[in-house]
Write a protein that binds this ligand. Structure first.
Ligand code: UDP
Length: 342
């Protein structure tokens, strides 16, 4: 098969590219490196079945050529990361909706199969867990930037289903729950790489709110297996699937676990949400997927437990710090990292 991955130099995209190459497929990626990184594809750049284009999906000539050439398209290119979203809401809304419109419009010409990567964020402020794919979505008000991400992704989902119903484009939607692993950067706010980096450089571990909020973390290799399983499954067309894990942990416990596994002497500090993000920021207190639907379709169950996930991130962050010892997270300063690292 010929596979196109938009956002293929990103964290999940690069793992997906690697797995398709291992399966013998020809892989094309399109990435403007806005949040992805050339380092993520460094090891596959010379592979004879791998082609990469450092460009945006909005280059519609190139996108059209790539969509035409490929049998299956994974649309992963998007603005991601809560911090990025809160700081750049215009970019979030425009990137997420426009790029999906372009990909689906091009795929419609020859009815190419498209997997749209969505997010558990679309469940919004819903309090009843676990979240099922056909549950109502509960959004916050439009003056709270965070919800623009959820709404932009919900529009992407509506569009994908509309293209299937009206134009018979075979689309599948994946709602990814907190996916982590090597290559994920903490620069856009993601908690595990952020806390691991802080623990390794001797900074305080910043737990936002009171730390009682919980998340379920999935290793990227489990998530990629699930994406591949639903992407070409004949019964998945026009459907939405949760991809994640049901093992819940509070963020405070997570910080303690990271401190233990890294052997760090850093303190854990609680940072109010207003300081961490913006005035009036609303978090989701729990986020647990119902995995019945994807399990029934492809027998999906996540295999990698939390400690193994954390160990893989610790190893990755150690290697990153060895390569770029002074790289500060978004919103951090080079100076503060240098001072605390010595
Ligand atoms: N968080 C935290 N410290 C950090 C980064 C994030 O306590 O340095 C919290 C964040 O407020 C949220 C959880 O960790 O409650 C997961 O955040 P992330 O951005 O990784 O994913 P989300 O589930 O919010 O999309």
């Amino acid at each position: 098969m010929r596979i196109l991955i938009t956002g293929g130099a990103g964290f999940i995209g690069s793992h997906l590219a690697e797995r398709h190459l291992e399966s013998g497929d020809e892989v094309y990626i399109l990435d403007d490196l806005s949040t992805g990184s050339i380092d993520n594809i460094h090891h596959i750049k010379g592979h004879p079945k791998f082609t990469y284009h450092l460009d945006s999906v909005s280059n519609s000539y190139l996108s059209a050529e790539l969509v035409d050439r490929c049998d299956l398209i994974y649309h992963l290119a998007a603005a991601v990361g809560v911090r990025l979203i809160v700081e750049s809401p215009v970019r979030t809304i425009e990137t997420n909706i426009r790029s999906t419109e372009i990909v689906l419009g091009l795929a419609a010409k020859k009815r190419k199969r498209v997997l749209i990567a969505s997010t558990s964020e679309v469940y919004g402020k819903r309090e009843k867990v676990p979240f099922r794919e056909d549950d109502d979505l509960v959004m916050g008000p439009t003056n709270k930037g965070r919800w623009s991400y959820a709404c932009s992704k919900a529009i992407d989902e509506f569009l994908a289903i509309a293209y299937w119903k009206e134009k018979h484009v075979p689309t599948v939607i994946a709602r990814l729950f907190n996916t982590v692993g090597p290559r994920q950067t903490g620069r856009y706010g993601m908690v595990i790489p952020n806390l691991v980096r802080q623990a390794l450089v001797g900074e305080e571990l910043t737990v936002f709110g009171d730390g009682a909020q919980t998340r379920c973390f999935t290793h990227v290799s489990d998530a990629v297996g699930a994406l591949m399983g639903i992407a070409s499954h004949p019964e998945a067309v026009g459907q939405v699937y949760n991809i994640g894990s049901t093992r819940e942990i509070s963020i405070l416990e997570l910080a303690e676990r990271i401190k233990h596994l890294t052997g760090s002497s850093s303190r854990i500090v609680l940072v109010p949400y207003d300081q961490a993000y913006e005035e009036g920021f609303e978090d989701m207190m729990r986020r647990v997927p119902d995995l019945f639907k994807i399990n029934a379709l492809i027998g999906y169950e996540p295999k990698i437990g939390l400690d193994d996930i954390l160990e893989s991130v610790i190893e990755d962050q150690r290697a990153r710090l060895a390569d770029h010892p002074y790289r500060a997270p978004m919103g951090g300063t080079k100076q503060s990292v240098v001072q605390r690292a010595v």
